[in-house]
Unconditional design. Structure first.
Length: 117
């Protein structure tokens, strides 16, 4: 089973940027969907962004225009570029793989993103 390792989280001021990385332990060529969910304290886990093998992307309305997801199959890695960060983006961000963005097969361990005002 594929293992996922996230990195790139941290503390940033509002308006700043971070790039999250999710490295898979094996080839992701056959993994249809990958991406990121997030969970803030006291809230449900929500989809942030997903990308398919064909390059189709979808984003939560709250991050459209600010976040960009990409995947590098040669490096077995998915990235989430986050710009213009807001305090409400503060959450634990979880990488996932799955048959679709709503059909999760594997979660990463999560990485904390904290945006200060």
């Amino acid at each position: 089973q594929v293992q996922l390792v996230e990195s790139g989280g941290g503390l940033v001021q509002a308006g700043g940027s971070l790039t999250l990385s999710c490295a898979a332990s094996r080839s992701i060529n056959s993994i249809n969907a990958m991406g990121w969910y997030r969970q803030a304290p006291g809230k449900q886990r929500e989809l942030v962004a997903g990308i398919t093998t064909g390059g189709r992307t979808n984003y939560a309305d709250s991050v459209k225009g600010r976040f960009t997801i990409s995947r590098d199959n040669a490096k077995n890695t998915v990235y989430l570029q986050m710009n213009s960060l807001k305090p409400e983006d503060t959450a634990v961000y979880y990488c996932f793989t799955g048959a679709a963005v709503s059909v999760i097969g594997k979660w990463g361990q999560g990485t904390q993103v904290t945006v200060s005002s």
